[in-house]
Ligand binder design. Structure first.
Ligand SMILES: [Zn+2]
Length: 144
């Protein structure tokens, strides 16, 4: 009878500990770890020529519509390598190299994120910062 009671007690202790560990794990998932993993994954997808998939995930994450992607600049702009047109929610890139360049894609996605209707709110500086943050996170993960 005593042995049985001891067993129950140690079992319930073990059970409480498991719940605590489980909770810690969920807390870990809810903090910065998964955000960084997400950012690294986005850059990884763009470099791996899966830019459309990256834009889809980014849009889901930020609860916005997925922007369209087009090679070729509007009005034959030769100076820029990327351009976002709010009216038709399209990211234009100069060539196929730019299509897999996370600095350009993330910069233009930031404009998409900050545009409501045709009103453009984000600054160039913040668009660059947005892109740099993703790329820096990617490098901390892949240590290049
Ligand atoms: Zn810009």
């Amino acid at each position: 009878m005593l042995r049985r009671a001891l067993f129950d007690e140690s079992f319930s202790f073990f059970f409480t500990c498991s719940l605590w560990l489980l909770e810690q794990r969920h807390l870990g998932i809810a903090t910065s770890g998964d955000v960084n993993q997400f950012k690294a994954r986005i850059v990884h997808l763009i470099i791996g020529q899966k830019t459309e998939k990256a834009l889809e995930l980014l849009s889901q994450y930020h609860h916005v519509t997925t922007p369209k992607l087009k090679v070729g600049m509007p009005k034959g702009d030769v100076k820029r390598r990327g351009y976002y047109v709010g009216q038709n929610e399209t990211i234009h890139v100069a060539d196929s190299d730019s299509l897999y360049n996370p600095r350009i894609i993330l910069h233009e996605f930031y404009h998409h994120l900050r545009t409501t209707g045709a009103i453009h709110r984000g600054t160039e500086k913040n668009a660059d910062k947005f892109a740099k943050d993703y790329i820096a996170t990617y490098y901390t993960y892949f240590g290049v």
